[in-house]
Design a protein around this ligand. Structure first.
Ligand code: RAM
Length: 357
């Protein structure tokens, strides 16, 4: 763990430096697509995050940029204005016109992006997803931060624990179309339905804060007003959990919180006592997720991988390199690349990790 933390700190230091030059729009010119395999210098690799103004997305993009530039490639970072499919479609169309070599997308909608992804594929551009998938037919592979089932299990177990095994809980999600949040919520529900142990937990509502701080704050307030018996809110989004944490803590509410949060944004809210709103939460390293997507993009453009299940690629000094593409559960011909298991943040480790991401 110490070694892992040290290398993460080192990485964070490098990333902080990179963040300065990695703000919003394009960070370089267009690519050619004519270079020979293995040479990244004449290539342009793009990343399209879910939206601007979300620190999680900024870290993801910073990890991506770090790897692409270290390989000598041109990196284009695009953060759409809002977390909608429409905002991503226009950005992707412009990347297609620029003739980039690859596009890594954190999708705001699985199906609404299918036709623009197909357009990119038809133009010879490699398409990979990270964080949140599109329809599996229109991308080569998906860099998945953690197994969907594992995330769902961790979240429902946290709700069970925090509620003392029974009572009302609500989910505060991102957008209603987000592939990743919807998959995790479905996994929570299916675990809950499949085991009698969870039968005394009642999910009263799934609310949507659209990964906007103000809307997430308003939705938290509404949950508190509408459900006086509420015991716990689970927010599987870093934006939602940070907004809810502040509302609950400021109001000294007895309602507790868990979910997926960025340690740097949640440090002041994590604690086991009544003064803190969130006993513990989970996440993964978003910088590493961006790095993984960059290595996968390079491998796709090089032709090292095609996206087939069983393909393998090197990912520099990343912990689990080399990575092998595995089959998506329930869609066996489609592949995904799992970064690792979800990681738990509690009062014992939150300070250390808050310094990293
Ligand atoms: C938000 C975004 C992102 C998700 C994290 C947990 O930042 O919705 O897609 O992975 O939360």
């Amino acid at each position: 763990m110490k070694k892992k933390l040290f290398s993460a700190l080192l990485c964070a230091t490098m990333v902080v430096g990179l963040l300065a030059g990695c703000g919003g729009g394009s960070s370089s010119s267009q690519g050619g697509g004519e270079a020979a395999g293995g040479d990244s210098s004449a290539r342009t690799y793009a990343i399209v995050t879910k939206s601007a103004g979300n620190p999680y997305n900024e870290r993801e993009a910073a990890g991506f940029k770090e790897v692409i530039e270290a390989a000598g490639g041109n990196c284009v970072v695009q953060n759409p204005e809002s977390a909608t499919a429409d905002a991503q479609i226009s950005v992707i169309q412009s990347l297609i016109s620029q003739g980039v070599d690859s596009i890594a997308i954190a999708a705001n909608d699985s199906n609404a992006l299918a036709s623009v992804c197909q357009e990119a594929l038809d133009a010879g551009i490699k398409v990979v997803t990270l964080d949140s998938d599109v329809n599996t037919a229109v991308r080569a592979s998906f860099c998945n931060q953690a197994g969907v089932q594992e995330v769902g299990q961790a979240l429902i177990d946290a709700v069970y624990d925090i509620c003392g095994g029974e009572g009302q809980y609500a989910i505060l999600s991102a957008t209603s179309q987000a592939t990743n949040q919807n998959a995790w919520i479905d996994a929570m529900k299916s675990v809950q339905e499949s085991d009698e142990k969870y039968s005394k937990l009642e999910l009263v509502e799934v609310a949507y804060g659209d990964d906007e701080p103000q809307k997430s704050t308003d939705q938290t307030q509404a949950l508190l007003t509408n459900y006086p018996e509420l015991k716990c809110i689970c927010a599987p989004t870093t934006v939602g959990i940070a907004a809810a944490a502040k509302v609950l803590q400021d109001q000294k509410s007895s309602v507790k919180l868990t979910g997926l949060g960025l340690p740097s944004e949640m440090k002041e809210y994590i604690g086991a006592d009544d003064a803190h709103s969130c006993p513990y939460m989970f996440l993964w390293n978003p910088i590493d997720l961006g790095k993984l997507a960059a290595y996968a993009s390079i491998a796709l453009v090089d032709g090292t991988i095609t996206g087939a299940v069983g393909d393998t690629f090197e990912a520099g000094d990343m912990e689990n390199s080399p990575y092998t593409l595995s089959a998506v559960a329930g869609d066996e011909s489609a592949s995904e690349i799992i970064l690792g298991p979800p990681f738990k943040f509690d009062p014992d480790n939150i300070e250390e990790w808050a310094a990293v991401y």
